[in-house]
Write a protein that binds this ligand. Structure first.
Ligand code: FES
Length: 285
């Protein structure tokens, strides 16, 4: 399939790294702190870019259907306008997520963003043509914009389903742990607030003894891009003890695994834990 060869080539295209690095530096300078968390979807517990993209895709598709059926010319104009505004919001949330991806993912993401920007340009040109009453040109521009955003969507799907961008990378590890209780380590070997890495059936888990002597057992690979939480710091943030990923700074509460700072938006999987005869044990939640 030629399209597969094309997207494989995009992943390997080192020529995209220079413009990508420049754009990444601009994005990380402009979008910071709580704004980044908001755009990542930390407040929602889920990335919001896949939700926001429904606005332009749905609006532009509906406009084109009405254009094909020649039902009404006012509604398509409103839909193209709404879709174009939604595309700007989708671009901002997407760029924010993109800036914390791996190099190969950023290459695909850069082409995905460029294609979608072209689609937005075509729809804005269509809107201008509709305003001056040139409906024939407007319709063809909208059809071209819709086809272009379709290819952009294909690249977005490739990023998520093939390159696993913005999916919870820790969840598959949780599923490799067998049912039942597993011995993890001696309680006395743990110093409060100092994380250790142990393994349950070769799955790395982060073990932290809390000040009240209960123990957090969490999947050790960060849900964002598998960063080693065992090399991260435990810090008191927003009134709770948290572990901070050393790679991109995702911050997870030790009590429940909830992400309090992104780029990870999803909860880091936690295991149930108990102490029996001085031995820390863990089981699937
Ligand atoms: S791997 Fe990116 S924040 Fe942990």
């Amino acid at each position: 399939m030629k399209i597969r060869a094309l997207v494989d080539g995009i992943e390997r295209a080192a020529v995209l790294d220079r413009p990508g690095n420049r754009l990444q530096s601009v994005v990380t300078k402009v979008l910071r702190g709580r704004v980044r968390d908001l755009l990542h979807g930390v407040w929602l517990g889920h990335p919001i870019h896949p939700i926001v993209v429904l606005v332009p895709i749905g609006s532009w598709l509906s406009a084109s259907l009405l254009d094909v059926l020649r039902i009404n010319h006012k509604a398509p104009t409103a839909l193209v306008g709404a879709g174009s505004a939604g595309a700007v919001a989708a671009a901002i949330t997407g760029l924010n997520d993109w800036s914390s991806l791996t190099r190969e993912q950023r290459r695909t993401g850069l082409v995905h963003a460029t294609v979608n920007t072209i689609a937005l340009g075509l729809q804005v040109a269509s809107l201008a043509a509709r305003r001056r009453g040139d409906l024939r040109t407007a319709r063809w521009l909208s059809y071209a914009g819709l086809a272009t955003v379709g290819f952009g969507g294909y690249l977005g799907g490739h990023l998520s389903y093939r390159q696993a961008a913005s999916v919870n990378q820790a969840e598959p590890l949780l599923r490799r742990i067998p049912e039942g209780w597993h011995a993890v380590c001696d309680l006395e070997a743990l110093t409060p607030g100092r994380p250790q890495v142990h393994h349950i059936d070769e799955v790395p888990v982060l073990v932290v003894r809390n000040s009240n002597d209960d123990v957090t057992v969490m999947i050790e690979r960060c849900g964002h891009e598998t960063g080693p939480l065992g090399e991260g710091e435990v810090r008191h943030i927003d009134g709770a003890d948290c572990v901070v990923c050393p790679w991109h700074g995702s911050t997870f509460r030790l009590t429940d695994g909830i992400a309090v700072h992104g780029p990870a938006a999803t909860t880091q999987p936690l295991l149930r834990s108990r102490v029996r005869d001085g031995l820390v044990e863990a089981a699937l939640p």
